[in-house]
Write a protein that binds this ligand. Structure first.
Ligand SMILES: [Zn+2]
Length: 177
């Protein structure tokens, strides 16, 4: 997998370009949620394979990942951001691209679409990072031939890392200071 948070680099440009058309929290939560639940599957009495299918397939992106992301984007993450906003004067606790992400929330439809863009982008991007991705389950796993070719690994990990660092630095860290 690409490091979980780096998946945001794929969806943040949408919010940067059209902040009224997308929901920042929905995009971000959707982009990271497929990975966030994998650790739980290791401690719960389920096998890894069904866990990867349910979190890393398009079917999962529209069902399991979507429902959990919707709950998180509506009820959990806003509470956390609101806490930062209340307790610290630093706008980096609640602003991205100079926009207050609590004030600039989309309608329920915009939030739902933003989440689906996030979850779908995650499972599609992960094709590049896994030897076998269950993205089109129940069709056979997609085997990406370049996986495990070192220059390719460095290229894909480096690209997403640089994109994430650039966006986070310019639109979150610097704009909020
Ligand atoms: Zn993943």
């Amino acid at each position: 997998m690409a490091f979980t948070a780096f998946h945001c680099a794929l969806v943040w440009p949408l919010f940067i370009l059209k902040p009224k058309r997308f929901d920042f929290i929905g995009l971000s939560v959707g982009a990271v949620i497929p990975d966030l639940f994998i650790p739980f599957f290791y401690v719960l009495p389920v096998y890894e394979e069904p866990a990867r299918i349910i979190t890393h397939s398009l079917i999962g992106a529209f069902t399991f990942d979507f429902v959990l992301a919707l709950i998180a984007a509506l009820y959990v993450v806003p509470k956390v951001i609101r806490y930062f906003k209340r307790t610290s004067p630093d706008p980096r606790g609640y602003k991205f691209a100079g926009i207050d992400v609590l004030e600039q929330r989309g309608s329920l439809l915009v939030i739902a679409c933003s989440i689906l863009i996030g979850t779908t982008s995650h499972v599609l991007l992960d094709i590049l990072y896994h030897g076998g991705s269950p993205v089109f389950y129940p069709l056979p796993s997609v085997m990406f031939p370049l996986d495990e070719v070192l220059p390719w690994e460095i290229f894909v990990h480096g690209t997403i890392l640089l994109a994430f660092v650039h966006l986070a630095y310019v639109y979150w860290w610097k704009m909020g200071s």
